[in-house]
Structures are given as C-alpha cells and as structure tokens.
Ligand binder design. Sequence first.
Ligand code: BES
Ligand code: ZN
Length: 920
Amino acid sequence: MARPRAGAGLLVALLAFVVAAAAAAGGGGRKMASHGEGTDLKASPGAPAPAGGSAAQFRGQARLPRFATPRRYELRLRPDLVACTFTGSVAIAVVVSAPTRFLVLNAADLSVNRASIRFQSLAPTEVVFFKDDDVLVFGFSKQLPLGEGVLQMDYNGTLNDQMRGFYRSKYQYKGKERNMAVTQFESVDARRCFPCWDEPAFKAKFKLTVEVPSDLVALSNMPVANSTFAGPIKTVSFRESPLMSTYLLAVVVGLFDYVEGMTSKGTRVRVYTQIGKSNQGKFALDVAVKSLDLYKDYFDTAYPLPKLDMIAIPDFSAGAMENYGLVTYREVALLFDDKSSSESSKQNIAITVAHELAHQWFGNLVTMEWWTHLWLNEGFATWMSHLAVDSFFPQWNIWTQFLDGTTTALKLDALSESHPIEVEIHHASEVDQIFDAISYEKGASVIRMLQSYLGAERFQKALASYMKKFAYSNAKTEDLWAVLEKETGEPVKDLMTTWTKQKGYPVINAKIKGNDMEIEQAQFLSDGSSGPGTWIVPITSGCGYDTQKKFLLKLKRDKMVIPSQCSDRKKGGNFWTKLNINGTGFYRVKYDDELAAALLNALEAKKLSLMDRIGVVDDSHALSMARQQTMASLLRLLYAYRGETDYSVLSHVNSVTVSVARISVDATPSLAGDIKQLLIKILLPTAEKLGWDPKKGESHLDAMLRPLLLTALVQLGHGKTINEGIRRFNIFLRDRNTPLLPPDTRKTAYLSVMQNVSSSNRSGYDALRKVYRESAEGEERLNVLGILPSCRDKGIVLESLNFIFTDEVRNQDAYILLRGVQIEAREIAWNWLKENWERISKIFSTSSLLGDFVKTVVPLFTSNEKAAEISKFFATRTKPGFERTLKQSLENIRIGARWIEGIRSEPKLAQTVRELLGKP
Ligand code: BES
Ligand code: ZN
C-alpha cells in the first residue's frame, strides 16, 4: 500500500538557518535569521552600493532569477551516522549570462561557513538569507565576469528525522538498532542537503563523492567510479551524471543485501534490501527488468543511465521516489514475501515499480519546466504504469482497476475547492500539496481520454518524438500538445486546454427525442450547484461494443443521432444507449428517465462491460449525493449488482455501499439497520460463493475479491462472517502458519475480532497488539495497525490512537492507524486530535503527514455545525501544507449535510428499502 499522497504539503516549519561566519570572515558573527527577515551579514559595511539594486529584490519570489545558472556540481558529503550530522562541500560551475553582482540560490537548515564562500577568487561582501523563501543571496562588491565561474563553499547540517532532505532512518541489524543515511529531495528539499539552484529547470551534471564508514554500502544515482580506504573510512566517488534536476539526486548509506538482474540491452538492475531479506526483492526486480525493456521500446529511447538500483527504506514519507538510477521505496511498496504478502500488495508493488520506472523517461529524462506542470510527471507515470502492468499481467484487468483512480479524481474534482491540473505555484511551500488525485488520477485519466480519442498508435509515436525532442531538458504542457498536434493533425491543444487549465468537469445531460439524443454539458459539483465551466468533450456512445459513435461536443448543447440498432423500442428490440463507453471520458452522465430505465435493463441483462458497470454505479452515487437523483433510485440500481462477481466492479459497488451505510446512520437512523441488511443482501451471494478459503488455482482478482467482500460484510455487522473471522483468528493465534488464515484474509479476521472488543473485554485487542509486536516489519504489521482503533469503545480507541506516539509505530505509518477510526468513534477521535494537536504538529511537521490527520478524521462528520466548529479550531492553526486538504474536508462535511436533508425528505425511501429486502 503506497502512502496516499496528501494533497497536503510541505510544512514551513523551518528550523533556523544559520549562516556561520568563521573566524577569519570579518563578518558579523553568527546570526540567526529572524522570522521573515533576511539576515544581512555585511563583510565590509562601508562598501559602495553596487549596481543592480539590493539583495531584497530576491525575497518572496516564486522562482530564482536566471542571470546565473548552474552547469555542474561537485559535491562531497560526509555523514556521521552516530551523531546524525553531516558536513559537505560543494563546487558549482555557474554560467553568468547577464550583468549582476549577485548569485542567488536555495538552502535550508544548513550552516554555511561564511569564510569558505568563493566565486572564483572573490569572496562575497554580503550574505543574506531569506528564511521564508529558503533563498541565499551572495552579493559581491563588483559585477561578476560573464561566462563560467566556480562557486564554492563548505557547510554542515543535521541528518534529520523528518524524512526529507538528507535524513536518517533506523533499522535493526543483529538485534541492534542502526542508522542509515537517506535522501528524499522531491519536491524542494535538495536545498536541505546542499546549497543549490533547486528548481527542476536548472538541470546540471552532478559529480558526487561521499566519505562513509568502510563497512557500509554507499549508493547514488550513478555507479561507483572508485573507492579508496583510509582505516575506518572509505571515500566513494561516483561517476558524473548526465544533465538532471536537483530533486532527482539521491544518496543512501547503510548495510544492505541485493538481488540482481539484467535487461535485454544489458542494463544492470539491483534491488537492495535489509540484510537477509533480498529474496523479497525478486518480484520487484522482475517487474523492473521488464519495465525498462517495455519503456525503451515504447518511447523508442534507451534507458539513459548505466545502471538502475532500487532500495527499500524503513522510514519513508512517500510510497516511492523515482530518483534517477536509484529509486527509493517504502518497504511495503517493494518487498514481496510469499508467506506473508497478499495479492493486493503484489499488485501494488508492480504498479509502484512500473510507475517509478516510467519516470526515468517521463520526469527524469524529460522534466517538467516548473511545478505547474507536475502532472506531466505524475499523470503520465500513473497512466504508463497501467500500460506496463497490463502487458505483464493481462489477467489482472488493470485498466478496469484504473477506474478506481478516475472515480477518486472525479470525486475530488467535484468540489469547489478543487484546482486545475495546471496549477499556479507562487511559492515553494505550495508545491507539496499538489501531489494529489488531480495531478495523478485526473492527469492520468485525461491522458487516457486523449489516447482513446487519437488512437493508441498515433499517440505512442507522438510521445516517442516528444521524448527525443526534449531529452535532457524540460517541457511545459503546451510543448506536449504541440508535438501531438504536429504528429496527428488534430486540435489537441484546444481540446486539452479545457481539461488542464480549468478545474472541474462536466456532467452530460442526455435526453432522447425520437432518434435524436440531446446532450447538454454543465459543470458538475457535489454540492448540487452548477459551475460556469465548459469543455470540449470527446463523447462516445453505443449499445454494444462492436461499434461506437464518437462525437466531439464543443458547444454547451448539441444533438447526436442514435444509430438505428440502438433505438428499437419494440418489445424484444434493442433499446438502450450508454454514453462515455468504458469510462474513457472524464465526465459524468445524467440520463433522462427513459434512457435510465433502458440502461438499468441493459445492466440487468448483463449487456454492459465491466468498465461501464463501474461508470453507471459511480455516476449514480455522485448524482445522488448532489441530490440530482434520489437515494431510493440509487438503492434500486445497487440491487441490480446483486450476484456481480467481478472484483473491480464490486470494489466500486463496495465504495458506494460504504458511503450509503455511513450517510444513512446520520440521515435516517431508524432505517439504517434495514439499509445495512439490504447492502448485505447485495454482497452476500458472491461472498458466500468465494468463502474464506482460497481455491486452488484461483485468479488474482478472486483472491483480492475475497477480503474485499468479507471485510464489507464485517463492517456491515454480518454476524456469521464476524464469528467466522473470530474463529479463524483464534486458530491463527495458536498457529501462525495455519492455512485457515492466509495473508489475504488476515485483515478481515482482525476486523472481526475488533467488533467485540471493549475496555472490559479487551483480550482480542491485546492479542492483536501481540501479533503486531511479534510480526516482522512490513505488510503484516500494517494490517494490524490499520485495525486497532476500529471499535466504539472510548478507552480502546484512545489507547490505540495514543499508540501513534510510541516508538512502536513509525511516523510514516501513523496515517494507516488513523484510517481505521470508525464513524461511531469520530467524536472520540476529533477530541483526541484537538487535545494533541500541538504535539502532533510538532512530530509530523512534514506536512503531508500532518494533512493525513486532517483528512482521515474531519470527513467522518456530516453536520454544518461540526464543519463550523472544525473550521474555527483550525482558523489559528492552519499551515500552507494542508490548507487545501482542510478546505476540501470541510466542503465534504457540508455536502454530506446537504445530502442528509435530501434523504430525509424522500417520501418513498423506507418503502423502497422494504420492497427490495422482500424480493426473493
Ligand atoms: N514522485 C513521487 C514521489 C513523491 C510524492 C515525492 C510526493 C514528493 C511528494 C513518486 O513518483 C510517486 O508518485 N509515488 C507514489 C507511488 C505511485 C505508485 C503512485 C507515492 O508515493 O504514493
Ligand atoms: Zn510519480
């Protein structure tokens, strides 16, 4: 399970930056930058005011000035793994291309030795640090010579515990705790490791040297050029890298084993793990080797580096990071253990590896010009990873599962607090929060939409020429459209700009008039209102899968002719039409009553594809939430999925049932029990068919469906399933290898156990804690962690939440525990969050983690009063990193409140529930 990307960002909780003035500098001694002020250390206070204004002009700017740009970095790092500090020295070949007396670059949390700073032979007369901007300005007494010169300096820093910049991670070796040194630079944290031009467009070559204890392994982007030993310390220098962005640089130092493979073109690939775990790297290795081969062919461009290493890091804030040639992962996103890993974890590993390796081309070789174009990285890697995994594991139906992402994005993008795919970035502190479902899943979805409009072959050809045109360089969104237009002759830019430069998406209202279909677009918002946006919409329609009608909707409303084979209204005839075939379009459809009834018939007659079965239920859920459709009609539709057996379809049906079950608790408490019974009735037949025990030779998808359905039943309070889960858990407690509880269903059993736990009956909870303690790290433990707070008992919920603060839970995993909080315990969790906020915001100051706390607890509520209370609480506590997440969560509460009002005013709801429950 990859970490959910936060949509929350980097905290501005910066430690003080110290510009250290060494003895000889003649500067003003050590000064701490005060908040919002530059620290001005004038070497010679009486120096004449030089041309080009003052250093203050560089404060508060979105981007660094471009009059001086780096070409090549020579970087030397000496980490001290015991003291958790490091020293560094950097020599940067800089090209000065316009008259200036300044050099302006980024740094954060580093102490630069003031006396060591030189540009060629010049020492700066002025060193100013703008702490809020991470900007370091060196002012010289006279204009710098145009052309290339070398800027150098020495500095030191801390190997921090914040999982960003140059940090330490802990691991066990021979029963003892050890530290490793790791980097995580995306988005804007390379500056925490060395002073640099820390923006993606400043590509440069890197020549790195590290001095580390002789017994440790040191890895970086490039292969080792040579190592020299001097007693306990070795100096490892790496080969010079090709042109690349700072956020992709990486270093890892620790004790590791590895497994190795080779691509068909002879590129060496390794997976590094903790000592003794290298077997668990084999699956990822296999996917990696295949991915490199596939992408090379797809882009018609060789893998750009001499080697690829992938490594599992015990403390890691994202799910994985695509550092050029040295990809870092959370352990659960890389390591697969036959005995303890589940099928869904296998799939996650495959997707994650394929995603990061897609970045080696899309992102690393061709890099976004600025963070506004982040989606070019993340949307494409997400889309490409599905293309690759589909080719390696066709039986996984991964394109059908892709719709999980599309529907997640549709949900987020139906908020007025959403943002366009191309989002303006005014400050580095805003970057981290755009790693969200808009950049990833909406980005990937509009790529799929475009590909299906242009055709796979033309699309691939154009991407290959884009890759060649911008290799070792940067591109903007428009650059991609220009190449696609040139290759295909289609109006790609006009079409796509409507999708990437404005937020939201349309709902297509479809009405049938004779043989004509009238279609009209309006921006869809979950709060029931309609936004001002209009799009160029690639509409597809059909009543079967042999032929499809394509239509480019450019106006607000238009008309399409329905093919005769789809409009035979006579008895026994074929009368139905589905728009947005296979969900390739990023929009929703609302049908008039006649079309909706016909579509329901087609669904019941099993005429719809898997993807269309997903689209229909997801649109219907969204329309119901926005009160454009009743809950009763949503339930009728859900009922048509009784007996459905496909994993992907049921996973969407399940998300809808979870949402319906939740809202009914608040909307119609007296009916909530019956609604749960109805939802059980829908899911039970297939769950019973699957049972608890894996069948020999069953498919990957069935293996994933089993825990999905059983867990849903436990959550809905299905007694028989709960009891069976408890029974199997008890056997598992005595025998951890029992075939009765293989990895796939363990979580379901744990959840069953929690259903009966209370402060006075806590043996199940204690047993789970024991399982947690005794499990090796990895998926096994996380399964328990995600379940611990899943009960209503105040004492137990609090005890499990406080578990976050202990050494037993890594900070990176806290969000998993939080996700286990049930709606019944929301008040307990909210009060806990308020009471502990100060502590939490200190420990989890890396904002994406902090955003997780907001995102998991806040949306559990559904009343306007609560939204007001939460909003008030955060009024003085919000940080740029999770501001948007908070607003989105609050908007979701208000949408829930409005939905509740609608449900309460439905006259026929109870009757519908009873009628469906009574059906044989
Ligand atoms: N570039 C990201 C990692 C990242 C995320 C860095 C957020 C900085 C902030 C990486 O390519 C990525 O997208 N990782 C995903 C996993 C992937 C399978 C979707 C992640 O970390 O969730
Ligand atoms: Zn990515």
